[in-house]
Design a binder for this molecule. Structure first.
Ligand SMILES: N[C@@H](CCC(=O)N[C@@H](CS)C(=O)NCC(=O)O)C(=O)O
Length: 303
């Protein structure tokens, strides 16, 4: 792995590596823990949505460390809400992670606990003890820890905001689950090929024009089926909005149209506007000390 890592640095290019969990830990160790070897410490490791790891030489300037910003009307990010003790381990630019963070904030149940993937924090033993699959989001409520965005969102709602997932109405929950699961299974793989290359979380798509056309087609199908009201499945917020809202928010960013060849439809843009207006927590999609989805895409699009 060391040889591979050095090769990447010399070539100054990204390359995908299919690696086992053990190798991931090794590469993170090489990249971040070998004190006194700057050629290794200068690497950044990235993982894409499919769990592939790739490395590239660090940019000349080290990334600014994440600082928890304060958003008007919200508790400082990372601070517990009134009810809240839930820690949602994630990073603001991760659309998988930020949905549960927004829901925890909206419900006053808890807040973001930064888990910086660029620094390999998801590979630390204390994180792996919560989630051996080393993904964000991972949530911790007291001694109880679970992961996976959909599972986390359901748990948070059932415990802290039951009106967003009304378990007394199985048909409503079925529709919510259908929207969330089909987004994850059908839309997300196409979304990843358009958005992650720009964000720097995956290598370039083989054919960006095709990737964009495929996302447009599947998203049109999803939108036609689920966005019949103001929000997903109707006119009131549910957990499905916290699941898909961040992904659609990302697609509506000007940098995506300018640099990723994807144009969000007017319906998607209106949905994003309504979702952001519906919960003050959504401010975190726009402001998080340079790490918010909006800030991150704008920064990458300008690079
Ligand atoms: N199916 C998972 C996907 C989560 C995921 O892909 N997380 C990525 C960041 S967006 C991650 O944690 N990558 C780091 C790793 O796998 O080590 C979910 O919905 O929560």
């Amino acid at each position: 792995m060391l040889l591979n890592a050095r090769l990447h640095k010399q070539e100054k290019e990204r390359r995908h590596l299919e690696v086992s969990n053990r190798q991931r830990i090794t590469i993170h160790k090489l990249a971040f823990e070998e004190v006194g070897d700057p050629s290794v410490r200068d690497f950044r490791c990235f993982l894409d949505g499919c769990g592939h790891i790739f490395c590239r030489a660090a940019d000349a300037e080290a990334a600014k460390p994440f600082e928890k910003p304060t958003i008007a009307g919200m508790p400082a990010l990372g601070a517990a809400g009134e009810k809240g003790k839930v820690k949602v381990f994630g990073m603001p630019p991760s659309c998988n992670a930020i949905g549960p963070v927004l829901l925890a904030m909206d419900a006053g149940a808890g807040n973001l606990e930064m888990c910086n993937l660029m620094e390999g924090e998801q590979m630390k033993p204390e994180f792996l003890a919560m989630n051996p699959f080393h993904h964000i989001p991972t949530i911790k409520d007291g001694e109880y820890a679970i992961a996976e965005s959909n599972a986390s969102i359901r748990y948070l709602a059932m415990k802290y905001k039951p009106e967003y997932y009304p378990t007394a109405d199985p048909q409503a929950c079925g529709r919510i689950d259908f929207a969330m699961e089909s987004f994850g299974g059908d839309v997300y793989p196409k979304w990843s090929k358009v958005v992650y290359p720009l964000m720097g979380f995956s290598g370039p798509a083989e054919d960006p024009t095709k990737a964009s056309a495929e996302l447009t087609e599947i998203l049109e199908t999803w939108v036609a089926h689920f966005l019949k009201g103001k929000f997903v499945n109707g006119d009131t917020l549910t957990i499905a909005d916290f699941k898909v809202g961040p992904f659609l928010f990302a697609l509506a960013q000007p940098g995506i149209e300018a640099k990723a060849e994807f144009k969000a439809s007017d319906r998607v843009k209106k949905y994003v506007e309504d979702f952001v207006a519906a919960s003050p927590a959504c401010a975190m999609l726009s402001e998080a000390g340079g790490f918010a989805v909006k800030e991150y895409i704008a920064m990458k699009a300008a690079a």
